[in-house]
Each structure stands twice: as structure tokens, then as C-alpha cells.
Design a protein around this ligand. Sequence first.
Ligand SMILES: [Zn+2]
Length: 177
Amino acid sequence: MTTERVPYHEWQLNKARNQASRSRDPSTQCGAVIIRPDKTLAGEGYNGFPRRMEDRAEWWNNRDEKYPRVIHAEMNALHHTYERLDGYHMYLTGPACDECAKHVAATGITAVFWPRQEEQNNIRDRWSEKMARAIQTFADCGVEVFEVEGEKLWPIVQLSTVETESIDPVGEGLAFS
Ligand SMILES: [Zn+2]
């Protein structure tokens, strides 16, 4: 019998995916985790209404009622982390929006990871404008952004704080073991 060891960044992403699975949002389940420099879990969150707000189905099923109430996974993870975040990393189940990006950057988090997005991905289409702004915000604030695909990292915003083994000149992503 052989065992397969999940690549490091996928392992951290799986923690975010596990968070997402608890969201009540009928259209999009998102998860976020905050990881310390020693690779341990510091905080976690998923998209949901604020604590103590009722989870009424009629609010969840009506966008006009849902959007003003819901807190994104990134923000919930920040709310549920009880320490300074300088130099920490964040893993997300999908691209960050512009609003979350500036708050994430403000905490001192230095790198953000989410799964590799395909061009035809629905979420990317729906969020493309906010995502572009988020990426600009991360770049302006010196926060690195990578898309994760198995053992590879695709740099979206790359500086020098994340150790990468090699850069593939034909743009096949960064080999990372
Ligand atoms: Zn957001």
C-alpha cells in the first residue's frame, strides 16, 4: 500500500475548503484560514452573517437582503484570529474581493494563496473587476499573491518573501515541493 502526501499549499487550502463547507450561502461557499510563519493555524472563517444575527432562509435566498448582511470569509477569519498577523499567510478558496484585500493587507499579512483559476471559471467572471482591484491593492501593499495548483504556484503578485524553488520560463508555474 502506498500513501500520497498532499503538497504543502494544497494542504493549507484544504483547511480553507473545510471552512467553506460550513457556509450557509446557497450560491457561494467561501473559506479562509490564516497561517503562522511556523505553518500552524492561527484563524479561520467562512462567509456568513454576523454572530447573533438570525440565519433566515429568506435573507439567504434574496441577494438584496443577503449582500448587506454577509461577512466574507476573509473578514471572518480576521475577526477570529486573536494575535498580531505580521508576516502571516492567508489561504482562500477563491480570489479575494477589493474590500477584503485592503483589510487583509492592513493586518500585515504578507502572502495570499488561492486555487488556480481557469479563465472560464464563473466566479472569476462574476468577480473579475473586484478581483483586479484586489490584486492591485495587494501589489500596492507589498502582499504577494499566488494561485495554487498541486505542487505548483502561479505568481499573481510576486515579491521575495515566499520561497520558491524555481521559476519556469515558459510560464508553467513555479515548481514547489
Ligand atoms: Zn471579500
